[in-house]
Design a protein around this ligand. Structure first.
Ligand SMILES: Nc1ncnc2c1ncn2[C@@H]1O[C@H](COP(=O)(O)OP(=O)(O)OP(=O)(O)O)[C@@H](O)[C@H]1O
Ligand SMILES: [Mg+2]
Length: 337
């Protein structure tokens, strides 16, 4: 299997590790999906990287792939496709007014046209972080449209695969309450894969143990630390400022602050019923993730450990990375009791 090239901290690297996820993707490619598969996980854990690798695998299995990345920096990257369906894509793009503002609709339409024009094709629709682009309120609607494509195709196909990624904290609840999609959680990198990325970075740098303890295996956090010359405080403050954690905490009453303080030490205190609102806000701000059940079948790649208090991973809830947790701790300190 070809491993795709990715950019990591300004360097070209090969897609690293994630062996279990690659096997899962091969199984998907062999069988096709009966439902869209939605993968969500911590910001910067490697969802886009995996989706790019998925494209390569699916093409190796003979799929015509439509790949949508609405938030891509280059216009040319917003809609990508296997060269075999170039004419069909261009026809659809011509038909739809302002295609780039409705890129998700365009991709669904392309898939329909491919089914109609080619004889029993293998077709894959890959969508990266579309809920941010279409609006979280429309997430369910789009997942349903993708399910319809599989269940009521405009014409017969041999196999179809629909993969959607999301970094939106509310995805699991919104999409997960229907039968319309299979939801999977993806965690940060496991230690070996993380070590491979760490090795690519030039020194001076902290030890691998220290980098792991700080990032919990998040490739994105590793990049951020590297780019700031390992200024941990700087990264913590950027998370704090970017998410306006001081405002979040300012809005809490005395009990809310107390629970949050406890959650810094043990995220599982957020299980309690009276913490529902705080939990919702923390998930929406992409600070925590529900990680209940380490059943490998519910995860993309490998689940996080059962519990790892040092990394902020509880049995039921986990901080997205130790740096997210540290930003919350710092914000509590700054805002005072
Ligand atoms: N398996 C991997 N091998 C090599 N590089 C990786 C791997 N996973 C992630 N990266 C790199 O780490 C960085 C963050 O990964 P990526 O952008 O895929 O995360 P993400 O989950 O899509 O983030 P976001 O939530 O912001 O969309 C990128 O530079 C990416 O190329
Ligand atoms: Mg991404």
């Amino acid at each position: 299997m070809r491993r795709v090239k990715l950019t990591f901290a300004g360097r070209e690297v090969e897609f690293a590790d994630r062996e279990a996820a690659l096997r899962q993707l091969e199984r998907v490619a062999e069988r096709g999906n009966t439902h869209p598969l939605v993968m969500y996980g911590p910001e910067g854990c490697g969802k886009t990287a995996l989706l790019r690798q998925a494209r390569a695998i699916l093409e190796e299995y003979g799929y015509h792939v439509v790949y949508v990345d609405p938030l891509a920096r280059e216009v040319g990257e917003v809609l990508q496709f296997t060269p075999s369906i170039r004419d069909i894509v261009l026809d659809v793009v011509r038909l739809i007014p302002e295609p780039y503002s409705r890129i998700v609709d365009v991709a669904i339409s392309v898939a329909g046209h491919v089914m109609r024009k080619l004889s029993r094709p293998k077709i894959a629709v890959l969508m990266d972080d579309i809920f941010q682009a279409v609006g979280v309120d429309k997430a369910e609607q789009y997942v349903k449209a993708l399910l319809n494509l599989i269940e009521y195709p405009p014409s017969a196909y041999e196999k179809a695969v629909v993969l959607v990624t999301s970094s939106e904290g509310v995805t699991a609840e919104r999409v997960g309450r229907h039968r319309w999609a299979d939801m999977y959680v993806m965690w940060n990198m496991a230690r070996d894969g993380f070590a491979q990325l760490y090795e690519q970075l030039p020194g001076p740098k902290p030890s691998l143990d220290e980098a792991w303890r700080l990032t919990g295996g998040s490739p994105e956090m590793l990049i951020r630390l590297f780019e700031r010359d390992w200024d941990v405080d700087g990264v913590v403050l950027s998370v704090l400022g970017g998410r306006r954690l001081d405002d979040l905490i300012g809005d809490l009453d005395h009990d809310g602050k107390r629970i949050l303080e406890e959650a810094v030490w043990d995220p599982d205190v957020l299980r309690a019923r009276e913490t529902a609102e705080l939990r919702r806000v923390l998930a929406e701000k992409n600070l925590i993730i529900r990680v209940m059940l380490r059943e490998p079948r519910l995860w993309v790649d490998v689940p996080p450990p059962e519990r790892d208090p040092e990394l902020g991973i509880g049995r039921y809830y986990a901080w997205q990375t130790p740096l997210h947790r540290e930003a919350v701790r710092r914000a509590l300190e700054v805002t005072g009791p």
